[in-house]
Write a new protein. Sequence first.
Length: 433
Amino acid sequence: MLSQDSELILIVDDTPANLEVISDTLSDAGFEVAIAPSGERAFKQLQLQLPDLILLDVMMPIMDGFEVCQQLKANPITQDIPVIFMTALSDTESKTKGFELGAVDYITKPFQEAEVLARVKTHLQLRRLTKNLEQQVAQRTSELNRALQALQSSQLQLVQSEKMSALGNLVAGIAHEINNPLGFVNGNVNHIEEYTKDLLGLLDLYQQHYPQPIDAIQAEEEAIDLDYLREDLPKLIRSTQEGIKRITNISTSLRTFSRADSDRPIPFNLHDGIDSTLLILKHRLKANETRPEIEVITNYGLIPKVECFAGQLNQVFMNILANAIDAIDEFLLNEKTNQKKRNGKIHIHTELLNRSVMIRIKDNALGMSEEVKARIFDHLFTTKGVGKGTGLGLAIARQIVTEKHNGSIEVNSTLGQGSEFIITLPVNTQVAS
């Protein structure tokens, strides 16, 4: 807050006698005073030092007080300085014009020293109070913004934790339920393979020692096509074993995706995380009644394991890839009458750059406008219809990448050319717990 001794008052008047009288009065009262005999000189004075209040004569040549006031209020630097008009004009029209231009008060000539001091002190005090109030409002606004950011961050962490916990438990439960029957099916098939070999060996032995079977046995051999059965049964067993192997891989991927994060980062193969996420989303990539299958093209570079919270990064991959599928679905649905309708594609590229791993996920959907791109990571912002998006997915993804892993996430997008999300993660970093 300014003290009275440091407050500067600029007096603008083309009459030297008026300048002298008011200047002496204000100086005697302890104010700093600057004078200007014209509007032009007043603006030069303002370039040197901004006053706390301006006493402005109305009737001046070349540039009158009304024009000076209008220019003061049009300039963001000077618009908040209180202006008190000094004039012999006392008609209502002149006063109204002055107030409309932004003046705070009028002092009528001839001056009364006590009145001038009283009005000056009143408006300086009002200015001090206004500045103080503005500072309090700004400080309070800043505090509220910090509190809002902290609340949004906590909300995102809670949503992320609950979402991953629920999804992780579901997927882990499915994987566990698959593993139980898968174990004994795999064991049984291995035994069946051995038993089949034994039975076929025994059959060969019978045919060796009894080359001429009775008519009933010979008829049954023809009925069941024994030669074809001999050839096809091992194939069926191998096919079953291949199916078991694929189910095992699916179960492994499910466990990779749903892995529970410990209280510290662990080395993790990001390709495993991306592959497990694609497996979860595989049903959404398949062809449907509105479009052909979405093609996923992976270009994996030679990257090391990254110290990270694997489950959380899997959630980032899930959010970005699911959004890419949504964008392609919406674009192709709207383009269904276009003869040059494109096939949906998602490109995933990884590479090592200066001890950081870069992951690029690009789709060939419609893309984003500059306005959408600027807000895509904002809390609760979504371009999807009601009930189709929460506006939390990408906000959570940014928090996981930037706050939990000291990485970065950005988006490149042009309308009509699709969108590309670029994630950069340090290979070794002190991540947040």
